[in-house]
Write a protein that binds this ligand. Structure first.
Ligand SMILES: Cc1ncc(COP(=O)(O)O)c(C=O)c1O
Length: 284
């Protein structure tokens, strides 16, 4: 008989909050007292802090990981008639945004060991309509970005990294979000770097694309009240930015703790019969 154990939650956000309660509460109260709830120095400060952490030139905050992916596709002009290769073994947002811009999601299967895109199948799925690839670094494990960038370069394709589940993960010497053309992050509360509400960000070294994303996330507005194209309203609010600034300082430690716990599960579970535990790639 299979017994389910309900007493161990997969994660406990209250526990994380309790550990940093004083800092977070003080920062949130400061925002509330300041009256500056949208934009401003706290949001700009977080963008800079994230750009420095990921080691990219530009970071643009937005409302969610979904919006980050959507804005990236829009910034590259991907739309009707275009194909975007991705995985179906992900949260729906990854493919939803491809449909939302009018393009066609082309799914390739995953590698059984890593649960990430099977790169051999990516290469065979490319057609003259393919414009981009969205690799998803699932459960914190990066896709082999060396091989993927090689494929993308040969076919002149844009690589939009879905880093929603992998803030702080490294491929070789580089953090995810700094290897593709753009990186898209989610700050949904349960993510490695999670706020106390929705949030997201896009990282890139391409100044032109960054400027386009800044315009699109602000209703398509370039100069005040002059709208270049139809955009969206996608802001990260100052309270979230304040919380994320604090949590970013703990991220590397928390990620190390997660890895330690994962390897304990790995070593015990792999001793059991009929259980295949996830394979960890070396990191290129
Ligand atoms: C792989 C992946 N991509 C995209 C998203 C979308 O992020 P958000 O919920 O912040 O819109 C998520 C998380 O929910 C995710 O896990």
């Amino acid at each position: 008989m299979i017994q389910t154990v309900n007493s161990i939650p997969a994660f406990d956000l209250k526990q994380q909050y309790n550990a940093i309660e004083e800092e977070v509460s003080a920062a949130v109260l400061e925002v509330l007292a300041s009256g500056g709830y949208i934009g401003g120095s706290i949001v700009a400060g977080l963008e800079q802090q994230l750009a420095d952490y990921i080691e990219v030139n530009e970071c643009i905050s937005c409302n969610s990981g979904t919006d980050a992916l959507y804005l990236a596709l829009r910034a590259y002009g991907i739309g009707v008639g275009d194909e975007v290769i991705t995985t179906s073994f992900t949260f729906i947002a990854t493919s939803e945004v491809i449909s939302a811009v009018g393009a066609k999601p082309v799914f390739v299967d995953i590698n059984e060991a890593t649960f990430n895109l099977d790169l051999q199948q990516v290469a065979t799925a490319i057609t003259p309509q393919t414009k981009a690839i969205i690799p998803v670094h699932l459960f914190g494990q990066p896709v082999d970005m060396t091989e993927l960038m090689g494929i993308a370069k040969v076919h002149n394709l844009v690589v939009i990294e879905d880093c929603a589940q992998s803030t702080g993960a490294m491929w070789g010497e580089k953090l995810v979000g700094s290897i593709g053309h753009v990186g898209c992050f989610s700050f949904y509360p349960t993510k490695n770097l999670g706020g106390c509400g929705d949030g997201g960000a896009i990282t890139t070294n391409d100044g032109e694309i960054a400027a386009k994303i800044r315009m699109l996330k602000n209703h398509g507005q370039k100069d005040r009240y002059y709208y270049e194209e139809v955009g969206v309203n996608s802001r990260l609010d100052a309270i979230q930015a304040a919380v994320l600034q604090i949590k970013l300082r703990y991220l590397d430690t928390w990620n190390q703790q997660r890895k330690g716990i994962a390897s304990r599960y790995q070593s015990y579970l792999s001793q059991l019969p009929n259980i295949i535990t996830p394979h960890e790639l070396g990191g290129g």
